[in-house]
Ligand binder design. Structure first.
Ligand code: PGA
Length: 236
């Protein structure tokens, strides 16, 4: 299973170091076998001592090696810390930062061409979910425009916008149906994200076709994240 922590705009370099120290020793002492990804804020990147199944990734990056893109970071800044994993298409970047599908596809292709592992997020807003299955499928299909769904280093995260940060996860049947639809579009592992927490992770990772979880809020506390890793390990 893949278990990913998206710190968003939380944690500092110091608190990330403490977090990773605790996580790494837990993973080592308990021989955890899950694939763990941590997406800290850029300012927390450092030469951390991790273990083989813990990967540090970037929550975003600009599709350029370097240049004049105020407020952004590019390939050069990621390479300094040996970051080879990037999150693309997160709904907060689509809806709050206004990234359109064309730009998202440009980013995808830039980092694909450089061999990055890409965690690619898709998911519908509530009004689309309310319109029904056809609208939902059409919406998600469009979120794959310009994306190479056969890319071997692709991981997809299905994250319904209405379930992100709301405490309200999608129902298992809704997750299963959408994962099943996405699995017709790609053979990549498909994660679920949206209010995943210790109390629901077991049910979520047990859903047919679910390859793991992308966790925001409940991952920010290392003990809560470790608790979820333990639950997933016990489900295997
Ligand atoms: P959440 O965020 O767990 O806080 O809902 C998930 C995400 O945005 O990846």
């Amino acid at each position: 299973m893949i278990i990913a922590a998206n710190f968003k705009t939380n944690h500092t370099r110091k608190s990330t170091a403490k977090y990773l120290e605790k996580l790494v020793s837990y993973v080592k002492e308990n021989s955890v076998s899950e694939d763990i990804y941590i997406f800290p804020p850029f300012t927390a990147f450092d030469d951390f001592e991790l273990c083989e199944n813990i990967t540090l990734g970037a929550q975003n990056a600009y599709p350029a090696e370097k240049g004049s893109f105020t407020g952004e970071i590019g390939l050069e800044q990621l390479e300094e810390f040996d970051i080879k994993t990037v999150l693309i298409g997160h709904s907060e970047r689509r809806h709050i930062l206004g990234e359109n599908q064309g730009f998202i596809a440009e980013k995808f292709n830039f980092f694909k061409d450089r061999g990055f592992k890409i965690v690619y997020c898709v998911g519908e807003p509530l009004e689309i979910r309310r319109e029904g299955e056809d609208a939902l499928q059409e919406y998600i299909k469009l979120q794959f425009s310009g994306i190479d769904t056969k890319y071997e280093k692709l991981i997809v995260a299905y994250e319904p916008v209405w379930a992100i940060g709301t405490g309200l996860s999608a129902e298992p049947v809704q997750i299963e149906e959408t994962i099943s639809f996405i699995s017709n579009l790609t053979k990549a592992p498909i994660l679920y994200g949206g209010s995943v927490k210790p109390s629901n992770i077991k049910e979520i990772v047990s859903i047919a076709g679910c390859g793991g979880a992308l966790i925001g809020t409940a991952s920010w506390d290392v003990d809560s994240f470790i608790e979820m890793i333990t639950i997933v390990e016990q489900c295997q």
